[in-house]
Design a binder for this molecule. Structure first.
Ligand SMILES: Nc1ncnc2c1ncn2[C@@H]1O[C@H](COP(=O)(O)OP(=O)(O)O)[C@@H](O)[C@H]1O
Ligand SMILES: [Mg+2]
Length: 207
């Protein structure tokens, strides 16, 4: 099992934001977290990705329970296994496309960056500053950055919610294209039911 969740509870102040008794995610079983705004999708992505700790319960990845790991060990697990496409892209505006992608690599690999630039249709933009990119280009850089370490898991939070049908289609093609190429598992969160048919599992969430 890739991920295992048991009796997971995340609270903010006294409010229970997320409660999930049990859930398992198998490798190559692409999972969509689907539900309305505020139902806890981003929270669950953050818990699975080891970016936040729950109030109680267990999240484990490949048999390792995060609660047994130090912050440094979780950081390492994340860097070695996960890539993230966040809702807000978090590119560094004054750095170039190549520099933004390179920042995500724990081992510098310029030839892989060049392949990603080609795969994601960013040729000619290599040295352009991130702040001067169009929204679509910036999103493609964010995808390149997420997969720059060939992660086992690609997390994508609302990858298509701001996009029209054609661009939503394109972005999902890029994410799944990269996943297929490297054997990665995709875990995405959205309220956008348009992309549902791409996934092998759907976890319907409600607040
Ligand atoms: N760290 C936090 N501090 C305070 N409130 C939070 C925090 N994380 C999430 N919430 C609240 O929890 C609920 C679920 O948030 P979120 O996971 O972002 O939902 P979704 O991604 O499905 O829209 C929201 O009401 C949000 O305001
Ligand atoms: Mg969200």
């Amino acid at each position: 099992m890739m991920f295992q969740i048991k009796n997971l509870i995340f609270k903010s102040e006294d409010r229970t934001v997320l409660s999930l008794e049990g859930y398992s995610i198998e490798a190559n079983n692409h999972l969509l977290l689907l539900g309305n705004s505020g139902c806890g999708k981003t929270t669950l992505i953050n818990l699975l990705g080891g970016l936040m700790r729950p109030n109680s319960g267990e999240v484990s990845f490949e048999g390792t329970d995060y609660s047994t790991l130090s912050e440094t060990a979780i950081d390492r697990l994340r860097a070695e296994n996960f890539g993230f496409v966040f809702q807000r892209l978090h590119l560094i505006g004054h750095l170039s496309v190549v520099q933004n992608i390179a920042l995500a690599q724990h081992k510098p690999d310029l030839s892989n960056i060049q392949i990603l630039i080609t795969d994601l249709g960013l040729e000619g933009k290599e040295n352009q500053k991130a702040r001067d990119l169009s929204v679509g280009e910036a999103q493609r850089v964010a995808i390149a950055r997420a997969v720059a370490n060939t992660p086992k898991v690609i997390f994508a939070d609302e990858p298509t919610s701001a996009l029209d049908d054609q661009n939503a289609e394109n972005v999902m093609n890029l994410i799944f294209g990269q996943a297929q190429k490297t054997g990665a598992t995709v875990i995405a969160a959205t309220h956008d039911a348009r992309i549902k048919n791409r996934f092998t599992s759907v976890l319907e969430m409600s607040a």
